[in-house]
Design a protein around this ligand. Structure first.
Ligand SMILES: [Zn+2]
Ligand SMILES: [Zn+2]
Length: 379
C-alpha cells in the first residue's frame, strides 16, 4: 500500500532563520533529513529526494498581494525590523528563504498531481498563519494556500482536504477558504483561550457556500495521546469519507509534543505514528493515495526531527529501531541540542489520573459539539 514517496529537501531550508534567539530553530530541517538518512530510509527504492526551486512571483501572487510581496522583498534586503507586529522579524534574505519553502511545497504538489509520486513530503512547509497581505506567527508566505490554488489552476484538481494538526490554529489557511466548499479545512489545535492566535472555535465553521467546510477542533491544555487520538479518529475519517478529496494536504506541525516549549499539549511520538498511519490509510482509501505532507511548528528541534522522521517512515512501513543513530546524536550536540537516545519517546509526560479524566471529558464534549454543530450541514 505505498507507491513512490518523494522527500523534498535542500540544505538551503536552514536559511529560513529569524536569528539565534528566535524559538524557530532552522537546524531542525537538517536534523530531520540526517535522521531519515542515517536510518537508511533514503536507500528504500521507492524513495526519491527532490530538490526544490524558489516559487515564482506569479505563484506567490496566487494568494499574496503584490504590495505585500514587494514589502517582504524590500525588508528582506534591508534585513531589520518586523514583518508583523513582533513575532516575525525581517532578516536578510528572508524573501528568498520563504519563496524556497513555497517552491518546495509546489514541487511536492506537482509530483503528486502528475502521479509521479503517490506521497510527497516537505517538512519545510506548513506556514499556515500567513495572510494574503500580512505575515504572522513566524509565517511569511502561506505555502499551503498557494499549493491549493496552484493545484486547482494547473491540474484542475476539484476537491482538496487540508488536515492541520499543528498546536496552533490554522487561521491563515481557514480564512483563505472560508466560503469555499471545494476546500475542506480541518484544524486540530490548542483551545484559542490558552494559545496564539486565539481563534479556531467550533462556531467558525465557514460562510456562504462554504458552511460546514471549515472544521475546528479546539483541545484543552494537557491533551494526551489517548484523548487526542479519540478526537482525531472521531472527526477526520468520517469527514474524509464524506468529502472524497482528490488530494489531501496534511500540515504535520509537531509543537503538540509534550516537551515543546511554546505550547501545553502532552503528546508523544506514538501519536504521530498513529496519525501518519491513519492518514496513509485514508489517502489510499479516498484520494487514490494522493497525499502531500508539510511541516509546521515544533520548537524542540530534536523531538521535531524524531517526530517527522517517524511520520515519514510510517509511510514506508519501516520497522523502527529502538535507538537513534550515534552519528545523528553527535550532529545534535554540534548544534547545541541534547539528543534523545531513543527514536520513540520512552519517557512519558506525567499527568495525574484525575487530570486525565478531566481532559478526556473535555475532549469528548468538543467532539460532541462538532457533531451537533457541523454534521447537520454535511451529512
Ligand atoms: Zn502509500
Ligand atoms: Zn504551531
Amino acid at each position: 500500500m505505498s507507491g513512490k514517496v518523494a522527500l523534498v529537501f535542500s540544505r538551503e531550508f536552514a536559511a529560513y532563520s529569524f536569528g539565534p534567539f528566535h524559538p524557530l530553530r532552522p537546524e531542525r530541517q537538517i536534523l530531520t533529513y540526517e535522521l531519515i538518512r542515517e536510518l537508511g530510509l533514503l536507500d528504500n527504492q521507492n524513495v526519491s529526494v527532490l530538490m526544490p526551486r524558489m516559487a515564482t512571483m506569479d505563484e506567490l501572487k496566487l494568494f499574496h498581494t503584490q504590495e505585500y510581496i514587494d514589502r517582504v522583498k524590500e525588508k528582506s534586503e534591508l534585513g531589520y525590523g518586523y514583518l508583523d507586529y513582533g513575532d516575525t522579524p525581517a532578516t536578510k534574505g528572508i524573501f528568498e528563504a520563504s519563496a524556497l519553502r513555497v517552491g518546495a511545497t509546489i514541487t511536492a504538489s506537482k509530483c503528486v498531481a502528475e502521479r509521479k509520486f503517490t506521497h510527497a513530503f516537505n517538512f519545510s512547509g506548513g506556514l499556515h498563519h500567513a495572510r494574503s497581505s500580512a505575515a504572522a506567527g513566524f509565517c511569511v508566505f502561506n505555502d499551503i494556500v498557494i499549493a491549493v490554488k496552484y493545484l486547482k489552476k494547473n491540474f484542475n484538481v476539484k476537491k482538496i482536504a487540508i488536515v492541520d494538526i499543528d498546536a496552533h490554529h490554522a487561521d491563515g489557511t481557514q480564512e483563505a477558504f472560508y466560503d469555499d466548499p471545494t476546500v475542506l479545512t480541518i484544524s486540530f489545535h490548542e483551545d484559542g483561550r490558552y494559545l496564539y492566535p486565539g481563534t479556531g472555535f467550533i462556531d467558525e465553521y465557514g460562510s456562504g457556500p462554504g458552511i460546514g467546510y471549515s472544521v475546528n477542533v479546539p483541545l484543552p491544555p494537557k491533551t494526551f495521546d489517548d484523548a487526542y487520538l479519540y478526537a482525531f479518529n472521531a472527526v477526520v475519517p468520517p469527514l474524509i469519507e464524506f468529502f472524497e478529496p482528490d488530494i489531501i494536504i496534511q500540515q504535520f506541525g509537531v509543537d503538540t509534543h509534550y516537551t515543546d516549549p511554546l505550547t501545553h499539549f502532552a503528546l508523544t511520538t506514538k501519536t504521530y505514528e498513529k496519525i501518519a498511519e491513519k492518514m496513509h490509510e485514508l489517502a489510499h482509501k479516498y484520494s487514490d493515495g494522493r497525499l502531500i505532507v508539510v511541516g509546521g511548528g515544533g520548537y524542540n528541534p530534536e523531538a521535531t526531527a524524531r517526530s517527522w522522521t517517524i511520520a515519514f517512515a510510517t509511510f514506508l512501513g519501516f520497522k523502527f529501531p529502538r535507538e537513534t543513530p550515534e552519528k545523528w546524536r553527535k550532529l545534535c550536540e554540534k548544534y547545541g541540542v541534547e539528543p534523545s537516545k531513543y527514536l520513540h519517546d520512552e519517557k512519558m509526560p506525567e499527568i495525574v489520573e484525575v487530570r486525565k479524566e478531566i481532559v478526556f471529558n473535555r475532549v469528548e464534549k468538543v467532539v460532541e459539539e462538532i457533531r451537533r454543530t457541523i454534521w447537520p450541514f454535511l451529512f
